[in-house]
Design a protein around this ligand. Structure first.
Ligand code: PFF
Length: 464
């Protein structure tokens, strides 16, 4: 069975693919605008705490479940003898479908910006709204993106993804570093850094906590079985805990660096920080323009090309989750499964595509107590990434500690890694998965959902 499913060719291959899944629009597009809307550094502090304290143990659990069972997000629970708990997998499939449906639209923006930069159209930043409202154009780019994703996924896991990731991810990293250096030379850069680095804890509300937790899960690709699925292709001799640690560090590192790049730019151009999903798309073209015609075109197009690539390694992992389910559980041929799922997800994404200016009713879709008025795309993001993913994470922790049981979990993580036994990291994961994750994730989830959707301000009352 394992051989038919394919697998990663090496431990590095797995880390790259998983880091490729984690690093994406979440780090470079979503993180900065969430920080901007969440009041700056206080959001950053919470996000970091959530990533390391709560998400990292869940990541270890997901990979362990996947590797133990060699199955997809749904089948893994059945394979462990707990069919009822495969509800976690179905929740994950739903999250995956919803997330990819809007993610693909934002990826199309990034890809569209690459084309605009190639043509030297730096003005695009001021016409972001017109750009996203042009649903024919953005729709065409999103078709290209989805077809590309489906093409790679249909060919199986180890081929192109691993190889491309090896070159392109480090390039993106270097490019962000270079842009940070440039950003720091600009006027008002320090104001941007202050906003990003000096926390105002009075800014913290239930809505902010809720989105910081959702962002941590989203950014690390957790809570929907993507890492159960990728974990299922991992070699029995690889070591899970240190792989998870590396993936977490890389992902958090890229997000934090993206903030160092964006906020000096935002403040130097006098742009509002709470601009929402348009933040990088409004800010960056002006930055590239300031580099001059030739350099601006080169740096601008390369940047959006690499951003599109980072998004691509994430869309691949998103599509892989339902595809692996169809292949394992429904015995559908991989190629066929991929194209069917891609088509469905594309269709689900059409309202999101139309919700960025094209159709009024979708652009002002709903008003909620926490976030206020949202377009359809942001609403789907809210439900799937800020609600379903933390809920999935909570259930995975409870399942791992109390249903699958810790002895089995610990045995799986020390397989291929005898040295991990008795280390502080292993003790922490063990303790966190049984107590910290279930209790804190459960409590934060309930409190922030009440706040966000129903306007019940428990947290604000607690904080005084
Ligand atoms: N982690 C990706 C990002 O930050 O862009 C998004 C994502 C990919 C979320 C895969 C969930 C997932 F399963």
């Amino acid at each position: 069975m394992a051989t038919q499913r394919g697998g990663f060719s090496s431990r590095l291959g797995f880390i790259l693919a998983a880091a490729g899944s984690a690093v994406g629009l979440g780090n470079i597009w979503k993180f900065p605008f969430e920080v901007g809307e969440g009041g700056g550094a206080a959001f950053v502090v919470m996000y970091l705490a959530f990533c390391f304290i709560l998400c990292f143990p869940v990541m270890v659990a997901e990979i362990a479940i996947g590797r133990k069972t060699q199955r997809n997000a749904v089948g893994a629970f059945t394979a462990l003898g707990h069919k009822k708990w495969s509800i976690i997998g179905y929740l994950g499939l739903t999250s995956g479908v919803l997330i990819l449906s809007f993610y693909n639209v934002v990826a199309a923006w990034a890809f569209g910006y690459f084309i605009e930069m190639v043509m030297g159209n730096f003005e695009i930043g001021q016409h972001f709204g017109d750009f996203t409202a042009d649903f024919i154009k953005v729709g065409a780019y999103s078709v290209i993106f989805m077809v590309g994703t489906a093409f790679v996924v249909s060919r199986g896991i180890s081929g192109g993804i691993e190889k491309a990731a090896k070159i392109l991810m480090p390039t993106l990293f270097v490019m962000i570093l270079a842009l940070i250096v440039y950003a720091l030379t600009l006027p008002n850069a320090m104001e941007g850094l202050k906003f990003y680095l000096i926390p105002e804890f009075s800014e913290i509300t239930g809505t902010v906590v809720y989105s910081a937790l959702g962002q941590a899960f989203f950014s690390l690709s957790l809570g929907m079985g993507a890492l159960i699925t990728y974990g299922s292709y991992v070699n029995k001799n690889d070591n899970i805990v240190s792989s998870a640690a590396q993936i977490t560090l890389v992902d958090v590192g890229v997000a934090v660096l993206a903030g160092f790049m964006i906020f000096p730019f935002v403040f130097s151009q006098g742009i509002e920080t709470n601009g929402g999903p348009g933040l990088i798309f409004v800010t960056l073209p002006g930055v590239f323009e300031s580099l001059g015609d030739v350099l601006g075109v080169i740096v601008g197009s390369l940047f959006f090309l690499l951003l599109s690539f980072a998004a691509f390694t994430s869309t691949i992992s998103l599509l892989e989750v339902p595809t692996a389910y169809m292949v394992d559980e429904k015995k559908v041929d991989r190629t066929k499964a991929t194209w069917i799922v891609a088509l469905i997800i594309f269709a689900v994404g059409i309202p999101s595509l139309l919700s960025a200016g094209a159709v009024e009713a979708l652009t002002k879709f709903i008003t909620l107590p926490g976030p206020g008025t949202l377009d359809f795309l942001s609403f789907v993001a809210l439900i799937a990434s800020d609600t379903f993913l933390p809920l999935g994470g909570f259930l995975i922790a409870v399942f791992t500690a109390y249903i699958w049981r810790k002895e089995n979990f610990n045995e799986e993580i020390s397989h291929g890694d005898e040295e991990i036994k008795g280390t502080w990291l292993q003790s922490y994961v063990d303790f966190a998965i049984s107590y910290i994750c279930p209790v804190l994730l459960g409590a934060i989830f309930i409190v922030t959902v009440l706040d966000n959707y129903f306007g019940v301000k428990i947290l604000n009352m607690l904080l005084g």
